[in-house]
Write a protein that binds this ligand. Structure first.
Ligand code: UDP
Ligand code: MN
Length: 279
């Protein structure tokens, strides 16, 4: 008798999608995501915010209201990242992926990306924020400091951590420790993740061009073979949808349905595009 052992395949629902938001963006940024990509990943998407929202709750989304301050300080942002980490650790999911509420996620592309890694490996994957490692001053005992260098993935473009790596991060990331570690280098949440992985654990970040942030020049995007049907029917502030293959954009203000391949969504109200030819 022959026994065939097939490795268990990663499913989309194995990915813990953590979205960072804040009360004043619920009606603007978040509502758009709920109607687009989160509608397809509802069960395993968790929205970390600072303000209760009955409307979002009643629609069955996983809204996690943290005690974090509702401002843009390092402390407030690290507080939310810490909550994302702790909730992921308490879940049965295999990957933690963090995104901001102005990111568009292509679930299929994300699943392909993560499926290609060894599922029991130590993986930290994202888009490097800079083209060189960041230099930070680690605070030591007695008010001394030490210069440290490490790569980190831009939180605003999204990044992912495998469960095995996340478990190893616990001494610097669980409970109050994430915010303590952030204070040691006096840098925000995404830098802190890079510091823990690269400096505390000695594991290198995997650089990926699959992630996109609003900071990049979209004309530099390379052609992509990742199609996505974006359907957008909500009456809303204008958004821009960029086709990654042609870099053309579709502009919408009310009720139009877009079925163009796109992997990138760019909000005109929160971030002004630069160097993009208007058509
Ligand atoms: N954010 C937050 N509290 C704030 C402001 C922003 O939690 O007071 C979140 C916001 O919802 C988003 C992320 O932080 O997920 C980044 O915010 P934004 O895009 O406005 O700024 P960026 O850092 O990208 O320029
Ligand atoms: Mn942003």
């Amino acid at each position: 008798r022959r026994v065939v052992v097939t490795p268990s395949l990663l499913r989309l629902t194995d990915i813990f999608l953590a979205v960072k938001s804040t009360g004043r963006f619920h009606g603007t940024r978040l509502s758009l995501l709920l109607e687009t990509w989160i509608s397809k990943t509802k069960e395993h998407t968790f929205i970390f915010t600072d303000t209760e929202d009955e409307d979002i709750n009643s629609r069955g989304y996983n809204l996690i209201v943290t005690d974090c301050p509702s401002d843009h300080s390092h402390q407030a942002l690290s507080c939310k990242m810490s909550a994302e980490y702790d909730h992921f650790m308490a879940s049965d999911k295999k990957w933690l992926c963090h995104v901001d509420d102005d990111n568009y996620v292509n679930p299929g592309a994300l699943l392909s990306l993560l499926s290609a890694f060894p599922q029991d490996g130590d993986v930290y994957v994202g888009k490097p924020s800079l083209d060189h490692p960041i230099k930070a001053h680690e605070l030591l005992e007695g008010n001394k400091t030490k210069e440290v260098q490490f790569w980190f993935a831009t939180g605003g473009a999204g990044f992912c951590l495998s469960r095995r790596l996340a478990e190893k991060m616990a001494p610097w990331a669980s409970g109050p420790r994430f915010e303590q570690t952030s204070a040691v280098i006096r840098l925000p949440d995404d830098c802190t993740v890079g510091f823990i992985v690269e400096r505390r654990l000695g594991i290198s970040m995997v650089h990926s061009s699959v992630f996109h942030s609003h900071l990049e020049n979209l004309l530099l995007l390379t052609p992509s073979n990742i199609p996505l049907q974006v359907r957008y029917t909500h009456t809303h502030t204008a958004i821009y949808l960029y086709r990654s293959d042609t870099h053309t954009q579709q502009y919408t203000s009310t009720g139009q349905i877009h079925t163009h391949p796109a992997i990138y969504l760019y909000r005109s109200d929160t971030h002004t595009p630069s160097n993009i030819p208007l058509q």
